[in-house]
Design a protein around this ligand. Structure first.
Ligand code: C2E
Ligand code: MG
Ligand code: MG
Ligand code: MG
Length: 284
């Protein structure tokens, strides 16, 4: 009986795997086609200065415009793009597009201090990321100090001294570096002191349980204090309420990002939001 159960289980798994493999292959092919057909778009989420309430930056977040109705979020296609290597051309497109947009906004009088772009570990490891960044800056004419690159803890942890040398080369170009989703990986702040990181982004899961969980309050307090001691500034992501904002401000977090202020917006909606927000805060 155990034997037949075993065999059924086996068959179940192979069928399941075949379906998964097929889906992946389909998805991989459609990502490739979408790159050719220009179906990816960037949305931009404002980053707010905790003290002045001004918009100081934007994070570029990729979406896939599959057709008129469907806007697919990155969690649905980035993992597959990473697995099959398509993150290299997709990541290149994102970098170029984000730099171009930032250059355009500066020319229009939208005075942001930085445009943040997410880098995947695969891009960091396989691609020549320094070259990609250099080219995106050259093509757009964006001064490097306006570009911020968001790395994950796993990039730092997995590639050790190699990561350090890539990060140093990026810093030499004049861009800034942030650690994204801090607190979800395995790195420690003690380890971070060796890396040339300007900003640390506290993962939204900590921010969102700030009010109910005293332990998370303690963790966030510690992260912020230690980041400051290491000379980094802190961005809180996933700020959804006034209460979270007030708590984080007390803890001397420098920047906020989250639905409380705005979701990620397309190019035009961002410009409108910026104008409306600026008329409230910039001239007071
Ligand atoms: P991330 O870099 O941590 O980006 C923040 C995510 O949190 C975004 O989701 C954003 O829409 C969402 N978010 C912002 N504020 C709030 C809030 O107040 N509440 C909640 N519940 N969520 C909030 P999104 O756009 O779906 O992106 C998911 C992840 O996909 C990103 O997380 C990033 O890791 C990845 N990603 C996005 N664009 C790119 C890209 O161009 N390249 C790479 N490699 N990864 C990207
Ligand atoms: Mg990010
Ligand atoms: Mg994040
Ligand atoms: Mg992330």
């Amino acid at each position: 009986q155990a034997k037949s159960l075993g065999r059924n289980t086996y068959r179940f798994f192979t069928e399941e795997l075949t379906i998964q493999a097929r889906c992946r292959l389909d998805l991989e092919n459609s990502i490739r086609k979408a790159l050719k057909d220009n179906e990816f778009v960037l949305h931009y989420q404002p980053v707010i200065d905790a003290h002045t309430q001004r918009v100081v930056g934007a994070e570029a977040l990729v979406r896939w415009h599959q057709n008129k109705q469907n806007l697919l979020g990155p969690d649905r296609f980035i993992p597959v793009a990473e697995e099959c290597g398509l993150i290299i051309p997709l990541g290149r497109w994102v970098l170029r597009q984000a730099c171009q947009q930032m250059r355009h906004w500066l020319d229009m009088g939208i005075h942001l201090e930085f445009m943040a772009v997410n880098l995947s570990g695969v891009q960091f490891n396989l691609g020549s990321v320094e070259q990609e960044v250099f080219e995106a800056l050259q093509r757009s004419g964006l001064p490097p100090s306006f570009l911020d690159l968001e790395l994950t803890e796993s990039i730092i942890m997995n590639y050790g001294s190699q990561s350090l040398s890539v990060m140093n080369k990026l810093k030499e170009q004049g861009v800034s570096l942030s650690i994204d989703d801090f607190g979800t990986g395995y790195s420690s702040l003690a380890h971070l002191k060796n890396f040339p990181v300007d900003r640390l982004k506290i993962d939204k899961r900590f921010v969102q349980s700030l009010e109910e969980q005293t332990k998370d309050m303690a963790i966030v307090t510690t992260i912020i204090n230690m980041a400051h001691n290491l000379g980094m500034k802190v961005v809180a992501e996933g700020v959804e309420t006034q209460a979270q904002q007030a708590l984080l401000k007390q803890l001397e977090c420098e920047f906020f990002q989250g639905f409380y202020f705005s979701r990620a917006l397309d190019e035009d909606a961002f410009a409108d939001w910026y104008a409306a927000h600026s008329s409230k805060y910039h001239h007071s």
